[in-house]
Design a protein around this ligand. Structure first.
Ligand code: PLP
Length: 388
């Protein structure tokens, strides 16, 4: 029998990192020692106190059963208490928070709750690729709003045509932003809320990087802004804040009806997060400052090493106020793809081509600083040898 994939799978763009991995393998086969600064996955281990909490909770048989679909109330309460302490936002744990198997899972399922076939969902471009895929899987049509250097990598909603707005049901935004590292202020979020209310569009703010910020800068939560809860939800994750990417735990918070909609989808698809992981998550959230400044400082040192290197070479970039990425421009007008190949072939460095995050990422590259200082330093030395 011939196995045929669905159109939805056949029409997927190639997974960004799969293509890069293939190219990397080719270069490594030539005996070149490759430095891979592509993927943003913290190299700093999860703090011990969180591992200890998991250890203890994993031994308790009451945690071995199916968890509740929407998450343990005690975890959701820890989320609500964290939001109060960190952002001064009031959340009702039971109805305004849902536990996710990492924020990617929640993001991927969200369009199923709010999009009918043919509906449009707005996304910022360049952006985290999961938004587009999730919209398409739900039968929706993604519409890209460019985020450009001249607008500080924030979307200009006035550019969206009226006929698109009429069919738009959802908007995905993400600040601090992956891949551009751009940040958003209160004025921007006020504009988002006004735009959402006027056009009846549900806002999904992806806030995965609010805790990785530098030089005294403290990113806002979208939910801090008056009216945010009327129009949307915010996704958050323990992945970056606590170096817990492999643990798969995150959450969404905000508008009750929207949280209930996402919860309904999840109830029918998954069975929640292992309770012992939620118990460890509770411990993490109630002690969130423990070691956080040290972890952030490690990323900051690496950011500084890499950015100093870019300065020396004369490459332009957005000085990152947050996230563990650096978003820089290619040189001599090279395309992202050609510059990525040049970096790999001439210097043995893997960086992610900006156009992999959308067409408006063309002409940019992203590196991640989730690698040891010595690796970043070596990468900088090699970059200086590129034939420009
Ligand atoms: N959102 C953004 C912008 C990300 O960069 C990532 C991961 O890289 C995620 C969400 C997903 O994180 P997780 O599923 O680990 O919570």
């Amino acid at each position: 029998m011939e196995i045929n994939w669905s159109d939805r799978i056949n029409e997927l763009p190639p997974y960004l990192f799969a293509e890069i991995d293939a190219k990397k393998a080719e270069v490594m086969a030539k005996g070149i020692d490759v430095i891979d600064l592509g993927v943003g996955d913290p190299d700093i281990p999860t703090p011990n106190f969180i591992i200890e909490a998991l250890n203890k909770a994993a031994r308790d048989p009451s945690n071995h059963v199916y968890p509740s679909y929407a998450g343990m109330l005690s975890f959701k309460q820890a989320v609500a208490d964290w939001y109060k302490k960190r952002f001064n936002v009031d959340l009702e744990a039971e109805s305004e928070v849902v536990t996710l198997i990492g924020s990617k899972e929640g993001i991927a399922h969200t369009p199923l709750a709010f999009i009918n076939p043919g509906d449009i969902a707005l996304v910022t471009d360049p952006g985290y690729p999961v938004y587009n895929v999730a919209i398409t899987f739900a039968g929706g049509v993604p519409y890209s709003i460019p985020i450009l250097k001249e607008n500080n990598f924030l979307p200009d909603f006035d550019t969206v045509p009226e006929e698109i707005l009429k069919r738009s049901k959802l908007l995905f935004i993400n600040y601090p932003n992956n891949p551009t590292t751009a940040v958003a202020d209160e004025d921007f979020y006020k504009r988002v809320i006004e735009f959402a209310e006027k056009n009846q569009i549900i806002v999904c703010h992806d806030a995965a990087y609010t805790e990785i910020a530098y030089d005294g800068y403290k990113p806002l939560s979208f939910l801090e802004i008056d009216g945010a809860k009327e129009v949307g939800i915010e996704f958050h994750s323990l992945s970056k804040t606590f170096s817990m990417t492999g643990w798969r735990i995150g959450f969404a918070a905000g508008n009750k009806k929207a949280i209930a909609g996402l919860g309904k989808i999840k109830t029918n698809i998954d069975s929640g997060v292992f309770q012992a992981v939620q118990v460890a998550g509770i411990e993490a959230l109630y002690n969130y400052t423990e070691g956080l400044a040290d972890r952030v400082n490690i990323y900051k040192e690496r950011r500084d090493i890499f950015c100093r290197g870019l300065d020396d070479i004369g490459i332009s970039y957005l000085h990152p106020k947050a996230t563990f990425y650096v978003w820089f421009e290619t040189i001599n007008g090279l395309s992202s793809k050609d510059f990525a190949s040049k970096m790999l072939d001439e210097a043995g460095i893997v960086a992610t081509p900006g156009n992999g995050f959308g067409e408006y990422g063309e002409g940019y590259m992203r590196v991640s600083t989730t690698f040891e200082n010595s690796k970043i330093e070596e990468a900088v030395q090699r970059l200086k040898t590129l034939k420009l």
